[in-house]
Design a protein around this ligand. Structure first.
Ligand code: KG4
Ligand code: ZN
Length: 346
């Protein structure tokens, strides 16, 4: 089947997403976010997210079907994020997808969320050139992946050993008295001098590189920012918030871009793709573009709206899986909260 019509459901974190694609054409991408419900807690509260998914699922499905102007009977498949993610949140999406597949008599495909972040670029820029390296950075994940085939061959080459990149943004925002989610706020506040404060670059020292060449660590950076601010406040010393934000952001983006570009060069891979909420960061995008140009790496950056969690990414991946004739999931498909990037279909 060359242009399968696929509906994709995403509910792994705080976004209820339903996307519909025909082959690589995006027909609908409806997202209902519960981010505002989590703001006062400074992070996603799993139980609150699950309940919000329950409420948003049917209206989001209806809006996506109306946008695409299709009848469910026309669909070739229903795809859903089966993992990784928050267990309670995933279960809502999987249950909804099973109900749709059963009611409409369609095959069901349980898919990997991380592979979805890579596949979404298909609807923006067409065929994802392989092999490629993908850098996925969000509140929940920080992954460096080698993609040889989007539907069947993804290998994780690096990940975070503690906090995710977006989580570091969110925690540092709290330290600076800025609201949640911290990423966009720090991005905007980072108007100062990025080399004013030399914050640590995690896992870049020679001894760390031996064991963690492609891994990341942001927890030490977060602590360093907190200590720096605490010390100034204790001593009654004035400082520019813009300098702290810019210096923190530079430390994050320096490490992410250096490792991603080095991974391309050392693996002899010419294409680099980014995804996840932090991929919307202005400094990450500009520094990556600079370093990619120097290294001769071709950069693929999906629109920011497609970088954050959405249903289109799952529909896009589903269409590739169906196109290759891979078998659907079993009727007892379950949600899996921790799932390696290499397990693309379940
Ligand atoms: O992909 P996403 O919407 O949800 C998941 O976590 O899966 O990513 C949300 C994360 C949050 O941590 C948020 O602070 C971060 O992405 N983020 C950003 C920016 N926009 C969102 N981080 C840095 N700069 C941004 N412009
Ligand atoms: Zn995600």
């Amino acid at each position: 089947m060359s242009e399968p019509l696929v509906l994709g459901i995403e509910s792994s974190c705080d976004e209820t997403g339903v996307g519909i694609v025909r082959g690589r054409d995006l027909l609908a991408n409806q997202v209902a976010s519960s981010v505002e419900l989590h703001a006062r807690f400074g992070g996603v509260v799993p139980e609150v997210a699950s309940r919000a998914h329950l409420e948003a699922m049917v209206p989001t499905l209806e809006r996506a079907l109306a946008d695409a102007d299709i009848d469910p009977g026309e669909l070739d498949a229903v795809a859903v994020t089966a993992g990784p993610g928050l267990m309670g949140a995933l279960v809502v999406g999987v249950a909804a997808a099973k109900a749709c597949a059963l009611a409409w008599g369609k095959p069901l495909y349980g898919l990997n969320h991380l592979a979805g972040h890579v596949a979404v670029d298909l609807v923006d820029h067409g065929e994802v050139p392989t092999p490629c390296i993908a850098l996925l950075v969000s509140g929940g994940h920080t992954n460096l992946l080698r993609v040889d085939d989007i539907a069947s061959s993804i290998t994780e080459i690096g990940t975070t050993i503690d906090d995710a990149a977006g989580e570091a943004y969110d925690k540092v925002a709290r330290v600076l008295g800025l609201p949640y989610p911290g990423g966009p706020v720090i991005d905007k506040a980072a108007t100062g001098d990025p080399i004013k404060i030399n914050f640590p670059r995690g896992l870049t020292a020679r001894k760390d590189l031996e064991k963690h060449r492609w891994d990341f660590s942001f927890s030490g950076l977060k602590t360093a920012v907190a200590r720096w601010v605490e010390t100034r406040e204790r001593d009654g010393e004035e400082f520019e918030l813009g300098d702290v934000a810019a210096s923190f952001q530079e430390a994050v983006c320096d490490v992410l871009t250096a490792k991603a570009i080095d991974a391309c060069v050392e693996h002899g891979i010419e294409h680099l793709l980014i995804g996840g909420g932090v991929a919307a960061n202005s400094r990450l995008r500009s520094l990556l573009a600079e370093r990619a140009a120097v290294a001769g790496v071709e950069l693929r950056t999906p629109r920011p709206i497609l970088c954050t969690d959405n249903g289109a990414m799952i529909a896009a991946l589903g269409a590739e899986v169906v196109r290759r004739g891979l078998p659907p999931s079993a009727a007892d498909l379950g949600a899996t909260s921790s799932l390696p990037a290499s397990r693309i279909t379940l």
